[in-house]
Design a protein around this ligand. Sequence first.
Ligand SMILES: C[S@@+](CC[C@H](N)C(=O)[O-])C[C@H]1O[C@@H](n2cnc3c(N)ncnc32)[C@H](O)[C@@H]1O
Length: 191
Amino acid sequence: MADRLGMDPARIERLRSPDRLEYFDPDKIWDELNPPSDCTVIDIGTGVGFIALPFAERFPNATVYGCDILDGMIELLTEDAAARGLGNVKGIVMEPNSIALPDDAVDIIVMAQLHHELDAPAPLLAECKRLLRPGGTITIVDWADADNGKSPPAGRRVPVARLRDELTTAGFTALDLHDVYEFHTFMTGTA
Ligand SMILES: C[S@@+](CC[C@H](N)C(=O)[O-])C[C@H]1O[C@@H](n2cnc3c(N)ncnc32)[C@H](O)[C@@H]1O
């Protein structure tokens, strides 16, 4: 039986809402990063697959691992991937800072609207460094640290300077900010 803790229907509806596409279209991530069509990606904190599913549709020769600590989310992701005929989506129920994949397993890791929920990001960022092949890309997209009518209140937002410090401490280089979203910070780093 799936763990539905933290999975109230209103939250699922919010995560699936097409309204999100108006200000957070996940395709813009791939327009910006222009990944190889056969790349391997991990979407950490995948939820119901807002990032993973359209990625898998756009890049049928790529593989995306959708990872979440809630097995209920992974169950919904897996059901939706099957309904859409997407054989390149692999759901993984992960421990908070650990994903059961080998070192250097993937080209890109995405974490979308997750970072502000992390009490202590360092162990998860270290796990990302382990999982990315040398030269691979970590991609963090989270609410901008601004009173913009969409971001959560100050205190639940992640300032850019803190993101930079955390990524640098985890060993990522070539940090880059992408001015793509009105309400979100979009930062990448190289493993
Ligand atoms: C706000 S939702 C965002 C979901 C998805 N990325 C999106 O943009 O629709 C955050 C997700 O991260 C998951 N999560 C929270 N803490 C996590 C952690 N430490 N590791 C992995 N997933 C986590 C939650 O269960 C939830 O599904």
